[in-house]
Design a protein around this ligand. Structure first.
Ligand code: SAH
Length: 215
């Protein structure tokens, strides 16, 4: 079993949090999640050495665990308060899910790759993270059963902004979504009223594509 955290790992996480601070992450609660969460347990053990570099890594099924800076950046944009309902599109390795849980969010997350969905569900429970609901399904549809959400975070590059996601946002809620083709532009939508969304275009990022189901 490699569900082990060591002082060495803790030290590396502190350094990573320091680096993210230098890169502009300010939210102390977000930085604390970087210091706390054993990222090396979310990736294949052959990458253990590199787990605390500020890099994305392959996690199987042609997917990647997002770069720590990106995770922190998107998490900061959500402005999460304890108890907020947050929907995540693209559970992937579960690392971002764990960050949201540690920030005190009630987390709902969707993954479309069965293999990853199964693996990550088991891992999160082993590590004692308790998202409210993990769904094997299509993120383009969101999760209307539990809407509205205070925040929605998309962790794959979307060719366009899916309408259902805007519709499932609470008034005052925030949707953080990378849009476009390599690279993507981070978009932040804030729902001001039933019909009005304020849009902000932020920096450039690189994500694996958000895939559409062909059924
Ligand atoms: N948050 C993840 C990022 C994984 S990469 C992490 O920190 O590890 C993006 C993930 O989005 C992949 O796991 C991919 O399978 C998933 N994905 C792609 N298109 C999707 C869709 N339409 N619905 C749900 N998940 C999708």
């Amino acid at each position: 079993m490699r569900e082990k955290d060591t002082l060495k790992h803790v030290g590396k996480r502190k350094q990573l949090a320091q680096l993210l601070m230098q890169k502009g992450i300010k939210n102390e609660a977000v930085l604390a999640t970087i210091r706390n969460i054993p990222r090396h347990l979310f990736i294949d053990s052959s990458f253990d050495e590199h787990a605390y570099q500020d890099k994305a890594f392959p996690i199987g099924a042609d997917q990647t665990i997002s770069q720590p800076y990106t995770v922190a950046y998107q998490s900061e944009l959500l402005e999460i308060e304890k108890g907020d309902k947050i929907l995540e599109i693209g559970t992937g390795s579960g690392y971002q899910t764990a960050v949201l849980c540690e920030l005190g969010a009630k987390v709902y997350s969707i993954e479309r790759q069965k293999e990853l969905f199964r693996k990550t569900k088991i891992l999160l429970s082993k590590l004692l993270y308790r998202p409210k609901y993990l769904l094997f399904g299509d993120g383009y549809k969101g999760m209307p059963e539990f809407a509205p959400y205070k925040g929605i975070i998309v962790t794959a590059g979307a060719p366009y902004v899916p309408k259902p996601l805007l519709g499932q946002l609470a008034i005052g809620g925030r949707l953080v979504i990378p849009v476009g083709d390599d690279p993507q532009i981070m978009n932040l939508f804030i729902r001001k009223s039933a019909t009005h969304f304020e849009k902000h275009e932020l920096g450039e990022f690189r994500f694996v594509p958000m895939l559409e189901d062909k059924n």
